[in-house]
Design a protein around this ligand. Structure first.
Ligand SMILES: C[S@@+](CC[C@H](N)C(=O)[O-])C[C@H]1O[C@@H](n2cnc3c(N)ncnc32)[C@H](O)[C@@H]1O
Length: 191
């Protein structure tokens, strides 16, 4: 049901406006501490809105999304800059320690199996790697935004900080930092 909804969005899925792009560049991407040549998984990549920014930072990018339609669009737009795969982040089809960094942008509330997803991100991250969950709105605005969306995603709310910490810590993450700012929300998990 939810996947079908995202499939139906793919054709018209827009890129962030200039203001959001600047916010992502200035406040969100630095949390990934990206170094040139690092392998980055864009988890729930959609049509690949983050790809140009990650490419500019010199990353080797893989995008994964369970919506084949989103992946088709991502291939069309950014196939030369990244490799894309249709797949579920609850069962990531890559070997242990494949990535230096993982970013999941504007997607976390939509993941049904959050515990499985955290465990998979932990497994596929290298030791010392960072898993960043980000939203280009505050916690409150993210939840309000989803309440107004299509009924298949309108009850997808961010978990409490306590629940988030429990998910991440029980998967093995060493440190978990939650940033609940006015203009963005981020969870930085370090393996
Ligand atoms: C709101 S969109 C955000 C897409 C992109 N990150 C962006 O910022 O434009 C959420 C994405 O999460 C994907 N998604 C949701 N649950 C997923 C899962 N379990 N595995 C893989 N992708 C998933 C959807 O298909 C959709 O493309």
């Amino acid at each position: 049901m939810k996947k079908e909804f995202f499939d139906s969005c793919a054709e018209k899925w827009g890129s962030p406006n200039e203001e959001k792009l600047e916010l992502i560049k200035q406040n969100i991407l630095p949390l990934l501490e990206l170094k040139k040549g690092e392998r980055v998984l864009d988890a729930c990549c959609g049509t690949g809105v983050l790809i140009p920014l990650l490419k500019d930072a010199g990353a080797k990018i893989t995008g994964i999304d369970y919506s084949e339609k989103m992946i088709e669009k991502a291939e069309e737009r950014y196939g030369e800059s990244a490799r894309f795969i249709a797949g579920n982040v609850e069962d990531i089809p890559f070997k242990n320690e494949s990535f230096d960094k993982i970013i999941m942008h504007n997607s976390f509330p939509h993941i049904d199996g959050k515990k499985k997803m955290f465990a998979q991100c932990y497994r596929t991250l290298k030791s010392g790697g960072i898993f960043l969950i980000s939203h280009d709105m505050s916690r409150k605005d993210t939840d309000e935004h989803h309440k107004k969306c299509h009924h298949s995603v309108s009850s997808d709310m961010l978990p409490s900080n306590k629940e988030i910490t429990l998910f991440a810590a029980s998967s093995g993450f060493e440190t978990i930092e939650i940033l609940d700012e006015e203009s963005f929300f981020a969870i930085v998990c370090r393996k």
